[in-house]
Write a protein of this length. Structure first.
Length: 251
């Protein structure tokens, strides 16, 4: 495993840097909740990150998905089909995960933005890592109907609907630890951005930019002082201030 790939955030919470995308491991004893799982090409690194924490894939109680882009669901179908691991998403994201439709930046849009620094190298990496592969999830599940607060899973994550990047994008709060797992609703870096620190992804990646900006209001109210983004490094500092900064940069 690469140096600095596995970051201990606090006891039982680890942020893992995949090839270009992050995932989060929430551990309680021998049980694990996995939040996102990188590109299809990140599978070996995903398994290595679990092994380094002392977990076999069978220890994953559930996979939680922030949104159904290939760089976040890469191994979800493998885990579900091989180990029977349930995969949970926001109800609005379930048909997206099944690939009843695809809300993902098109090849044409990427080519039109190819003049921007970092876009073409990112695109090459994405293709080589399975970014255009068929990674649909056969049996994605909405959160249990009783899930009005924390999910009954290791880490007790609280789903927070954060639409804009996709219609069913969902962040996950860990209120007791002051942590927000923000997926792509709020990141701290990306290969196609020269900005460091909290920010929105470049607009070409968002299904609905207006809603992505409005979602920052939701994130401001989650509280917390630690941000675990879908892209970029761990960010320690007020989540409210991070969301405000992202809005300022996008305006």
């Amino acid at each position: 495993m690469r140096e600095n790939t596995l970051v201990e955030v606090t006891d039982g919470v680890h942020l893992v840097h995949g090839s270009n995308t992050n995932w989060v491991v929430l551990s309680e004893g021998d049980a694990v909740t996995l939040v996102d799982c990188g590109y299809p090409g990140d599978r070996q690194l995903l398994l290595e990150s679990l092994a380094e924490l002392g977990h076999a894939p069978e220890a994953i109680t559930a996979v939680l998905i922030t949104h159904a882009h290939n760089d976040h669901i890469g191994s979800a179908e493998h885990l579900s089909g091989t180990f029977g691991t349930p995969v949970y998403l926001h109800e609005a994201e379930v048909p997206h995960a099944r690939r009843e439709f695809l809300h993902q930046v098109s090849v044409g849009t990427v080519l039109l933005n190819g003049w921007r620094p970092g876009v073409l190298p990112w695109a090459v990496h994405a293709i080589r890592s399975g970014g255009t592969a068929d990674s649909r999830i056969t049996d994605p599940q909405p959160f249990p109907a009783s899930a009005a607060g924390p999910l009954d899973l290791p880490g007790r994550p609280v789903p927070v609907h954060t639409p804009g990047h996709t219609a069913g994008h969902c962040a996950y709060a860990l209120p007791g630890a002051g942590i927000l797992i923000s997926g792509d609703a709020l990141v701290s870096g990306h290969p196609t951005s020269r900005t460091k620190g909290p920010q929105l992804l470049p607009a070409m990646f968002d299904t609905d930019r207006r809603r992505a900006l409005a979602t920052l209001d939701i994130l401001e109210k989650t509280g917390g002082d630690t941000l675990l983004p879908g892209h970029g490094p761990l960010h320690r500092g007020s989540v409210e201030a991070a969301a405000r900064r992202a809005r300022d940069l996008a305006s």
